[in-house]
Design a protein around this ligand. Structure first.
Ligand SMILES: Nc1ncnc2c1ncn2[C@@H]1O[C@H](COP(=O)(O)OP(=O)(O)OP(=O)(O)O)[C@@H](O)[C@H]1O
Ligand code: SF4
Ligand SMILES: [Mg+2]
Length: 324
């Protein structure tokens, strides 16, 4: 059994949105009690439709958002209660790759300086040592030495994402969060970047949180999947468990849209209505307004996590009898 690396306990994150005088200030409940474990060396994929809270969870994991309650433990330490030294260590070990490589690179800074900057800020290494690390990391990310003299606008989207990935890796991190790392890229180069991530995971011995809409990317890259709905994890398990025997009615619907191995469309489960607004959460099970298997009690009571086996959990009343 791999070592536990990151633990999220009952995490809640809220945003305040001001709709002007008519709408007033609304509270958006983006995360509503997320519990999650990430093990050392694994790729955990976070799946779920737009607006369910995936990016909010990733941003909170790197301290870009603050929770209203709950905690995140990184190597057993609460990341919001770290000392200055612990925080420095955390900032080196945890890095994020964003979706849009056009927005995430400074257009006025040459690639070499973009890659050297984290090392200058976070270490006491000499210029020569920094240069060696930059060259080595760029090479591992498929960038040649000449690229380093150029500016971001001189590169295509795929090359820019390689640069953004190299920048995330120069500090030799242990945990990398990748939020839709290929969805802004041309389909023709997505596979290259996905293969690069797979390769770098081994070379740098990384633990990954991978956010993607693309279930085929999850199938190819991830070890485990956590499925989110309205700010909660509704099911988690290994890739094989989730793809072969999805349990939660939402996971079943999500996967029914993915063609099977022979490319055939399966029986598609169409959900009623849209994702409810996170400013106005449904009572009871948050999925009950769209669930094809809804029961009377689902409208008033919230199911808690049911542990089906070591790796498998599901938040749904249908599995109450199977509690481990
Ligand atoms: N800064 C913000 N201020 C107000 N509301 C926000 C903010 N950021 C996110 N939200 C809202 O919080 C909810 C969760 O958003 P989040 O970006 O985490 O979803 P997501 O799962 O990453 O979606 P997508 O797949 O579209 O990227 C959404 O309703 C979103 O509109
Ligand atoms: S608890 Fe009820 S509404 Fe919620 S997913 Fe299960 S069956 Fe559907
Ligand atoms: Mg997002």
């Amino acid at each position: 059994m791999s070592e536990l690396f990151v633990k999220v306990n009952d995490l809640h994150v809220e945003y305040k949105s001001d709709n002007g005088t008519i709408g007033g200030v609304k509270t958006i409940y983006a995360l509503n009690g997320v519990d999650l474990e990430i093990k050392k060396g694994e790729i955990l994929a976070l799946a779920g439709e737009s607006g369910c809270g995936k990016s909010t969870l990733a941003k909170t994991l790197i301290r870009l958002e603050k929770p209203s309650s709950g905690e995140i433990l990184f190597e057993d330490k609460n990341i919001f209660k770290m000392s200055k030294d612990e925080l420095k260590n955390f900032r080196r070990k945890v890095q994020m790759i964003f979706q849009n490589p056009y927005a995430s690179l400074d257009p006025k800074v040459k690639i070499f300086d973009t890659l050297a900057e984290p090392l200058k800020i976070n270490t006491n290494l000499s210029d020569k040592e920094i240069e060696d690390i930059v060259l080595d990391t760029a090479c591992k990310c498929g960038l040649d030495r000449d690229c380093l003299k150029l500016y971001p606008h001189e590169f295509s989207g795929g090359q820019r994402q390689r640069i953004a990935i190299a920048r995330a890796l120069v500090l030799n991190p242990e945990f990398v969060l990748a939020d839709e790392p290929v969805s802004a890229l041309d389909v023709s180069i997505q596979a290259q970047i996905i293969n690069l991530l797979k390769d770098l995971k081994e070379k740098f011995n990384l633990t990954f949180l991978l956010i993607t809409h693309d279930m085929s990317v999850i199938k190819y890259l991830a070890d485990r999947i956590a499925v989110m709905y309205l700010g909660e994890i509704v099911e988690c398990g290994t890739v094989d468990e989730i793809f072969n025997t999805p349990k939660h009615p939402y996971t079943k619907a999500l996967l029914s849209a993915v063609p099977d191995i022979s490319g055939r469309e399966k029986h598609k489960i169409l959900l009623r209505g849209d994702l409810p607004s996170p400013a106005n959460l449904p009572e009871g099970c948050k999925f009950h307004t769209r669930c094809p298997e809804v029961m009377l009690k689902c409208k008033e009571n919230s199911p808690s996590d049911i542990n089906l086996s070591g790796s498998r959990c599901v938040k749904c009343f249908l599995y109450e009898q199977q509690k481990n």
